[in-house]
Design a binder for this molecule. Sequence first.
Ligand SMILES: Cc1cc2nc3c(=O)[nH]c(=O)nc-3n(C[C@H](O)[C@H](O)[C@H](O)COP(=O)(O)O)c2cc1C
Length: 363
Amino acid sequence: VPDPATETGMLASGVEPLRDRKLDHLELARRPDVLHRNDTGLDGVHLRHRALPGRSLESVETAVAVLGARLSAPLALSSMTGGVEDARTINCRLADAAARFGIAFGLGSGRRLLEDPTLLPTYYDPDRAERPPLVFANLGASQVRGADGPARAEQLVAMLRADALFVHLNPLQEAIQPEGEVNFDGVLEGIAAIVERLAPLPVGVKEVGFGLAPEDIELLCGVGVAAIDVAGSGGTNWALLEGRRHPAARDAAQAFADWGLPTVVALRRARPAAAGRATLIGSGGLRNGVDAAKCLALGAQAAAFARPALLASQEDRLDEWLAAVVRQLRIATWLTGARSVRDLDESAVDALALPQPWSEDGG
Ligand SMILES: Cc1cc2nc3c(=O)[nH]c(=O)nc-3n(C[C@H](O)[C@H](O)[C@H](O)COP(=O)(O)O)c2cc1C
């Protein structure tokens, strides 16, 4: 396995070199003990059940426009991988499925691709015949800082011919990684510069499973970010996952087993901050199409899945899994009496019990 010094080499502190990080992530993400100890809050959201939905199931409209693209359903496969050989098959399957189902497809961090353009096939073939309607490139916080950020972003988007760029903010993951990059000075300014350079191409920002606070969403919308993916807690926990990679990180990681804003709370808080300014995406611990419908009812314009899509891809059952997700979304929408997924809103929420620590202030 290649061991690029920038990602996995001997650390100045003398900590032993780590195995290839991206490869570790693909293996470790399968483990059940890398999930948050708390849940997303989605089990506390109950959509209204109408026994007289008033129309045929098949007439329910699932198509939406997101970031200038027409999607057959308001769904995305979240940014995950690229840069290691094992990512090639996974990304190829994810791209195929996203194209077939007409949904958005996120690539993993493009850092390695920028360092070594020969890794392109482990990400995505921009000349592929079947193109997903919306392809997101992805860069981390440390890659957007500094004077070179806009040029890096421009180069990455061009290499992948991506339709949008998502920047991931993952301070907790970086803090737990022995080789993590924990200087977040200038990240907001870096994002602002990239927004300006890539315009009119949309730039989004996502967390990786701890949620985005409304104060941060305000700042991000203030610099022109076009999409916010809350990536709340309740699903994959990147502190626990990094803690699994290295004994030195394990003890620190355990204390963050339930850190962050559960997806439902993150969405409720994000909604007023993003309203009319940025496309809101609900993700973090979503399991199925009913969870996606709940996110839409809570104000998201699309819902995204990472770990469940990875597992389905690794087991080569993405089509079956996605068909079920779309079906569940259609049925749930129909049962609320809505004509279209676009009509799902708070009126479709019949009961809402927020996770206990947030219930008192209304989430
Ligand atoms: C194997 C794996 C690799 C990931 N790599 C990235 C990445 O490169 N960039 C990024 O923004 N998020 C990355 N993520 C985070 C996901 O996009 C997502 O925000 C997070 O896993 C929460 O969603 P989930 O609970 O559905 O897994 C990765 C997730 C997984 C499972």
